[in-house]
Write a protein that binds this ligand. Structure first.
Ligand SMILES: [Zn+2]
Length: 229
């Protein structure tokens, strides 16, 4: 019971002042937790976003090269971030669909955590089901490993800034039986959809998406992980 009561109850919890969201691709944040990020920034929290790849492999047009696509997607992510009220958007520019677990990536995420010093980390559940985008699995695992214990421990990645203990993580994309936080984002659904639609290079039919999201995107679901010592 003690363990339960010290966890955050939702985005309106006033103990959450700083948030770091770590995703794999431009549009992951809007897809999985855009409404929650909006509720957090509206409640006055400072929310940063780190995007590990710039989505350089998803070209449909035959004459579009990876670097051009990545630049376009970064601009789209920045525009979406402005709608969400994000304070900082950082691109680590690892290759799309090419992420592997590495000390290098873990060190970069430790640096970002120590820079943002979040009360709350939001990222992927790395163990949802057998089928998962490999980049999502790697980012979820690496972000959690970076938060606990690596960013907390002074002697781990000592060149990546002063240590920081992140109290809690919320993981999206989790299986239904593990979800213990459901956030009603219907009050900010229009802005959430608007932010998602900034990702024009990843949108085939904006009207169809808007219509579908008005039906299905009003709730966001997480599993909360207590990282406190
Ligand atoms: Zn993704």
């Amino acid at each position: 019971m003690e363990r339960e009561s010290r966890q955050y109850r939702g985005p309106d919890d006033q103990r959450i002042r700083r948030v770091l969201c770590i995703t794999a691709h431009p549009d992951d944040a809007e897809f999985f937790c855009g409404g929650t990020l909006l509720l957090l920034t509206r409640a006055g929290a400072k929310v940063d976003l780190v995007v590990v790849t710039s989505g350089d492999k998803g070209a449909r047009e035959p004459d579009l090269d990876g670097p051009t696509l990545a630049m376009r997607r970064e601009h789209e992510q920045l525009a979406a971030g402005r709608i969400l009220g994000l304070s900082r958007v950082e691109f680590l520019r690892h290759p799309d669909a090419g992420l592997i677990e590495s000390l290098e990536l873990r060190g970069e995420l430790v640096r970002e955590i120590r820079r943002s010093r979040p009360d709350l980390l939001i990222t992927f559940d790395p163990t949802p089901q057998y089928r998962q985008h490999p980049d999502h699995r790697v980012v979820g695992r690496m972000a959690l490993d970076a938060a606990w214990p690596c960013a907390r421990d002074r002697l781990t990645h000592p060149d990546a800034g002063p240590p920081h203990e992140t109290p809690e993580a919320w993981l999206f994309g989790a299986p239904a039986d593990r979800i213990d936080l459901t956030v009603d984002v219907s009050g900010v659904l229009e802005e959430k959809i608007r932010a998602r639609l900034e990702h024009r290079s990843q949108t085939r039919d904006a009207d169809q998406m808007r219509q579908r999201w008005q039906e299905v995107a009003g709730m966001e679901r997480f599993v909360r992980v207590d990282l406190r010592t």
